[in-house]
Design a protein around this ligand. Structure first.
Ligand code: ADP
Length: 640
């Protein structure tokens, strides 16, 4: 067994339940911002400039009003008063306009950046090894990340919000410091009227005031931090409620369900009672329990604590003014500046708490984004052969799906060599390994044991994208896009219309395309275009066959290609199978043994093994063989 070829799988640990350190949380939040930076650096410019104006506007007004009040309370010089009034108006107008324009810009950027962020998970999924995409752990991880995002906004989006909220606060703090430095440096004059207030000049008192403020800030931050921890509790306790909410939000919009809902009165009899019993927004539900009863009191106490700072600052300013350190205009300035500044300070602390609270959710996101691709990527180019002489061989291949229990083999010791240009049928009961065999052939998975060779070389040594291009596969559960027919067939927006038509004709759709309102350009389905046409399952299957033909790969693989076709259409496909496959090597999976008669070789799968190979006539003659057993089981319905 080559252990190095074991197909990748990944267990995602539930890291989010463990809190992060502040340092790690910072790193994770910055990394999340980095993701947005890649999508839209303009957003950062818009938010930062808008925040700058947002802070400049109140401070400019505070400073100018203080000068105006000083003048009114002092000399009352008319020229100077006029100048201050005009300046206040002019600066207010200019900053107001600039601030409004910047906000407008920021709003426009906000409208674009959030949807851009939703590209993170699809981008990763598109580049992941197929076995990882197909892994239940992956769908679980992405579902949890997306669920949390919709539910509480925690994760990537919160990092964005933290930046957006912190920027104005940063500028407010700097502006506030600028406008209040003189509050501390201007002493109370040592006059008789000042009395004990000169004590305010003592550096000790300054230290006590600062100490008090620091203590209040710390206490309010601690309370907020304890409150914010409940996001994690809410995320866990609210998971089910969130599912209930989402399920019922979409239930009534789902046209496919409307029929059952009506016939069985499912809404009144089943859905409504369940919804009532599991109402997530109820006061006794997860939101009520966690948000209102546990989180809100702590956050409220934290905010109340923070407002004490303004009280301390007011007292200090008023006492100094009482002592004669400065006039009434300065009192306005300091009070305004300090109030605004501390609002900024407490916002910054609050955001620090948010950075920490968001850490675990981002760890869950990055844990997923950092999943490495482990499938070996070779560097050999596949020869471009016009004669299509590609020889493929399965050599003692065994395969177990990632995560499947030991001993449960989907394929076991499979040996098979394709005849170049031949038609191979793969038959067997459900679950016997037919589709798995195709997935390995197309290198969606690597064998757990054994090797698959292309022209004598292990397929892992070829460049993955080139190897994939050798195969046209119509999977059983293929999907078409709600886009025009021609683009579906060509699998591209740029294509050769004559070839598209030819492929559709070979797939037996000649008649159908003449009926289409916009010909080959007709959109399929109505999800994106109200003029789209609904094609039947059988027609869709033919379109999928045409798509495989358009690709013109040396191998064509059809997995149950006629399952959705009526017997007449099925017979038509078989009759033209040679025209469909031309000189390609064709692999044909089917339940219906009658459809395998025209194949050169039939491989019979049973519980992951190839139990028989041969032509139809040879295999029916083997009386004890699986093929004959299957053949007889099907034939009994057609006798008489
Ligand atoms: P067939 O195409 O003959 O119906 P498959 O190749 O689909 O059979 O399945 C072979 C076996 O592998 C079955 O036991 C099936 O349950 C199992 N299997 C198929 N797909 C997966 C998967 N993605 N993960 C785990 N087991 C799978």
């Amino acid at each position: 067994m080559n252990a190095d070829t074991q197909t990748a799988t990944k267990e995602y640990t539930d890291e989010a339940s463990k809190p992060t350190t502040l340092r790690e949380a910072w790193r994770l939040n910055l990394r999340a911002l980095g993701l947005y930076w890649r999508y839209r650096p303009g957003w950062f410019a818009a938010i930062t400039i808008s925040a700058l104006f947002d802070a400049a506007f109140p401070y400019a007004t505070i400073w100018l009003s203080a000068r105006l009040i000083d003048e009114l309370a002092g000399a009352r010089d008319l020229d100077r008063l006029r100048m201050w009034v005009l300046l206040t108006l002019a600066v207010g107008l200019a900053l107001g306009l600039a601030s409004a324009a910047a906000k407008h810009w920021a709003n426009a950027e906000n409208g674009v950046i959030e949807p851009a962020g939703y590209q993170t998970i699809p981008d990763k999924l598109l580049t992941m090894d197929y076995p990882l995409v197909d892994d239940a752990h992956t769908s679980d991880a992405t579902a949890r990340i997306q669920q949390t995002d919709h539910f509480t906004g925690r994760g990537q989006r919160t990092a964005l919000w933290i930046y957006q909220t912190s920027m104005p606060a940063v500028f407010r703090v700097f502006g506030g410091i600028g406008l209040s430095v003189t509050l501390f440096t201007t002493p109370v004059p040592d006059s008789a009227g000042a009395g004990w207030l000169t004590a305010l000049n003592s550096p000790w008192l300054g230290a006590v005031a600062i100490g008090l403020i620091v203590a209040i800030v710390l206490a309010s931050t601690l309370l907020a931090e304890r409150g914010e921890r409940y996001w994690d509790v809410l995320d866990k306790e609210g998971r089910f409620g969130n599912r209930v909410f989402r399920f019922f939000s979409y239930l009534y919009q789902d046209a496919k369900r409307a029929l059952d809902l009506r016939i069985y009165r499912q809404y009144e009899e089943v859905a409504l009672p369940f919804q009532k019993a599991n109402e997530p927004w109820d006061l006794n539900g997860p939101f009520g329990r966690v948000l209102y009863r546990r989180m809100a009191p702590l956050l409220g106490a934290g905010a109340a604590c923070a407002s004490l700072i303004t009280g301390v600052a007011y007292t200090y300013v008023c006492l100094k003014a009482l002592g004669g350190a400065f006039g009434v205009g300065a009192v306005t300035q300091y009070v305004g500046a300090i109030t605004t500044m501390f609002a900024g300070v407490s916002k910054l602390f609050e955001m620090g708490v948010q950075v920490k609270a968001n850490g675990p959710f981002l760890r869950r996101l990055f844990d997923f984004l950092d999943t490495p691709n482990t499938m070996y990527q070779g560097s050999l180019t596949t020869e471009k052969r016009t004669d299509r002489q590609y020889d493929v061989e399965f050599r003692d291949v065994s395969f177990r799906y990632p995560g499947a229990p030991t001993g449960t083999w989907a394929l076991r010791h499979v040996n098979l060599r394709f005849r170049i240009g031949g038609r191979l049928a793969v038959v067997g009961e459900n679950g016997s390994g037919k589709t798995t065999f195709i997935k390995l052939l197309a290198r969606l998975y690597d064998p757990t044991e054994g090797r698959i060779l292309l022209n004598g070389i292990d397929i892992r040594k070829y460049r993955y994208d080139e190897y994939m291009r050798l195969f046209s596969v119509v999977f059983q559960d293929f999907r078409l896009l709600a886009l025009p027919l021609d683009q579906n067939v060509a699998a591209s927006a740029h294509y050769d219309p004559a070839l598209v038509r030819d492929c559709l004709e070979r797939a037996d759709l000649a008649d159908r395309i003449t009926d289409l309102p916009e010909g080959l350009n007709t959109p399929l389905y109505r999800e994106l275009d109200e003029h789209g046409v609904d094609v039947s399952g059988g027609e869709a299957q033919k379109i999928a066959i045409a798509r495989a033909l358009y690709r013109d790969a040396p191998f064509i693989v059809l997995d149950e290609p006629t399952a959705a076709l009526d017997p007449v259409a099925e017979a038509a496909i078989y009759a033209r199978f040679d025209r469909i496959a031309t000189d390609r090597t064709a692999v044909y999976i089917s339940h219906r043994l009658s459809s395998c008669r025209f194949c050169d070789e039939i491989a019979v799968f049973d519980r992951g093994r190839i139990v028989q190979t041969g032509t139809h006539d040879e295999l029916v003659r083997e009386t004890a063989g699986k093929y004959r057993q299957l053949w007889q089981a099907q034939a009994q319905y057609y006798r008489k």
